[in-house]
Design a protein. Sequence first.
Length: 227
Amino acid sequence: MTSTPPPSTAPTPTPFSLVENQKQATAMYDGMAEQYSSMMDGELSKRLYTHFLPLFNRLVDPTLPVVDVGCGTGECLQILTSLSPTRPLYGVDPSEGMVAVAKKKLKNAQFFEGFASSLPTLPCGEGGLGGILSTFVIHHLMTEELAPTFVNWASHLRPNGTLLLASWIGDGSDMDYGEFASYKAVQHPLQNILSALDQANLKVETQEITEDAEFGMSYVTLVILKK
């Protein structure tokens, strides 16, 4: 007689959770805020920061507020402060550790805790922003979150408001953070990003793809106007 094998005792895989994934990413950045700030000091000579940030600043009326979505340790806001010292500036980030570092650098900006997928209420009110800036953030969003996120951002922009977006791009595969973290992040195909922007009535005016040899990946920089 053939015996029946015992039932498998292997643990059931935990279903993927967007909320838990965001929490894991936030915890990683909380633990490396000072290291991240030092790393960013070596990035600011790149064209994104020397050309596109000044261009973005010129496109947005200097009296209108700008928010940096996923502001991290505040380097982009520092550049904008140097270019338009009286402009109202907001930073949004879920990482308390990153924001704590940013607050040390910037006394004239206001900071708010929140995820990129849904901006918190800002002092300028809905539809009051002149510009939105977001660099290397949307890879933390899953594909299905892209369009709703851009719709949310567009609702905070004034008519003809400007969005400066920089994002890692690829074939849709997961990003490998090695020993730093195990959470899921996506190298979105450029076409997926463009399609999601179009669904939010956001029109791409300028597009530039950069091969980043340091990180071994490509990223796209987009200058976008609200239709």
